[in-house]
Design a protein around this ligand. Structure first.
Ligand SMILES: [Zn+2]
Ligand SMILES: [Zn+2]
Length: 145
């Protein structure tokens, strides 16, 4: 279980460790970690660059850890770093999502698809994430017949 720490900004928090690239106001660097568990809800996290370093050295070991510095963070800041780096955010309020618009072409079995980017409020974005809607990639027509 993660140790409890007192954070000046977030009150009682869990102690977490992230690689230093994810500290501060970083956005969209990637957020790699093992799957959180009940035992360890805040596994160590690292950015996509560090993922490459780790992969090049066969995982986290003395060599790769020399190339990437780790730092302690409260769980409040950890969650913030996770949100900022796993999503493409323009600012705290607007998130862009990718979607696919599909139109069936009359008389054929094909549909015409193109990607769109839309802006959603943070709440909508969060509920979309919560639903874990599988992304539409098989291009089924939206309007059968
Ligand atoms: Zn904090
Ligand atoms: Zn990194």
């Amino acid at each position: 279980m993660a140790n409890k720490i007192q954070c000046a900004a977030h009150g009682e928090s869990h102690e977490t460790f992230v690689y230093t690239h994810l500290l501060g106001e970083t956005v969209g660097l990637g957020f790699n970690r093992s799957e959180p568990t009940a035992e360890n809800p805040f596994p160590d996290a690292w950015c996509d660059d560090c993922e490459l370093i780790s992969a090049a050295h066969g995982g986290w070991n003395e060599q790769s850890e020399n190339l990437a510095k780790i730092s302690m963070l409260c769980s409040g800041s950890y969650e913030r770093a996770r949100i900022r780096n796993t999503r493409t955010s323009v600012n705290d309020e607007d998130f862009f999502v990718r979607g696919l618009i599909q139109l069936p072409i009359i008389g054929t079995a094909k549909s015409f698809c193109w990607g769109v980017r839309g802006s959603l409020s943070r709440d909508n974005f969060d509920s979309r994430i919560a639903l874990r809607t599988p992304s539409v990639s098989d291009c089924q027509p939206c309007f059968p017949g």
